[in-house]
Write a protein that binds this ligand. Sequence first.
Ligand SMILES: *Cc1c(COP(=O)(O)O)cnc(C)c1O
Length: 386
Amino acid sequence: MSFADLPAELAAIEERGLKRHRRVLASPQGAHVVVDGRNVIAFCSNDYLGLAADPRLAAAASAGAARYGVGAGASHLILGHGAAHHALEEALARYVDLPRALLFSTGYMANMGVVTALIRRGDAVFADRLNHASLNDAALLSRADFKRYAHGDMAALERLLATSCARRKLVVSDAVFSMDGDLAPLPQMLALCERHDAWLLLDDAHGFGVLGASGGGVLQHFEVRSERIVYMATLGKAAGVFGAFVAAHGDVIEMLVQRARTYIYTTATPPMLAHALLTSLAIMASEGHRRAHLSKLIARLKQGVAGLPWSLLPSDTAIQPLVIGASAEALRVSSALEARGVLVPAIRPPTVPAGTARLRISLAAAHSEGDIEQLLRALHDVAVES
Ligand SMILES: *Cc1c(COP(=O)(O)O)cnc(C)c1O
C-alpha cells in the first residue's frame, strides 16, 4: 500500500484548473468580513437572514452551555437526547406545520438517513439532475434503482414514474436549487406523486426561513400539504446555527428513529445549539422585516444588472447566478471583483453544465442597499475591462 500516486493525481487536478483552496475567515459571518487578512464585502454565505453572528443567538448559546454543558455525551437513543433537543423538535414541527420533527446533526446526514431508512434494493429513487450531492449519495447508498431526470422536467419524471414497477417509489428534490436559485415545481411534482403512488422528499436547505410569509419554507410558499411529503431543512443556513431536521407524518418520523443510521450511530448535537435554535426560530418568526429587506435587495440587483454583458438566471430567491459562460472568464471576473474588495465565488463545470460558468451571488438580509450598489458598480467596471 502506498500513496505514491497521489502527487500525480493532485497535479492533474491543478493542471485542469480545478484545485480548490480554503480561505481563512477571521471575523464572524456577515456582509462585511475579514478574509485572509483583508476587509471585503462577501456575497457567498448561506446566512440569508443575517443571524449567524446575531448577539442574541450567541447569548442563547452560552446560556444553553451554562445550563446543559457543552457536549451531549451520547447518541439520542442512549442518553444524549436532552430537553433542549426535545423542545426544539416540537418547535420545528409547529414552525413548518407538520405532525412531528426529528433533529439530525447535519443536512448531509439527514438526507442519508431518510433515504436509506425508507428505501432499499428493489425500490426506486427519482431525482432531479441538479439535486444536492447529499441526495445523490443517499440514493446510491440505498441500493435502490436510481433514476435521474433533466432539471425541472416534469414530463420526464412522469414517464419514469409511469414505467417503474418498483415496490416503493421516492421522488427526491431540492426545493430551491442551490446553483440556480430556482424553485422545484412543487404542486406539479406532488400531483405526479399522488398519481403514481410515490413519496416526495423535499430538501428545503435554501428555503426554510426565507420562503413563505413567516419563513415556513417551500410548503408555506406554495401552500401545499400532503402526507406523502417528507420535509428536510437545514439549520446552518437561514436559521444561522447548525444542524438539520426532518418533518413528516408521525409514522415516518418513528421509522427514522428506529432505522436512520445517521441518526442512531452518532453523538447528539451539543444541546447549547438546540437551545440557541429556539431563539433563532423566535427571531425568524417575529422579524419578517429581514425577509422583506432581502426581497428588496433581490429586486435591486435584478434591476441593476441591466446593461451588463452577462445575465442573471431566472430566480426570485437569495441565490442569484450571473452566467458568464467560459470558466476562465468567470474566474477572471471573480478575481477582478475580489481586487475591488467584493467577494463572489465563480462556480464552474462540473458543478454546473459546460458553458454556464457563473458567479453565484448570494444575498442576505445583512447586506445594505449600499453593499448592492458597490457590487453593481464593481460588476459594471469589470465588464468594461473585458
Ligand atoms: C447545505 C445543503 C445540504 C447539507 O446541509 P448541511 O447541514 O450543511 O450538511 C443539503 N442539501 C442542500 C440543498 C444544501 O444546500
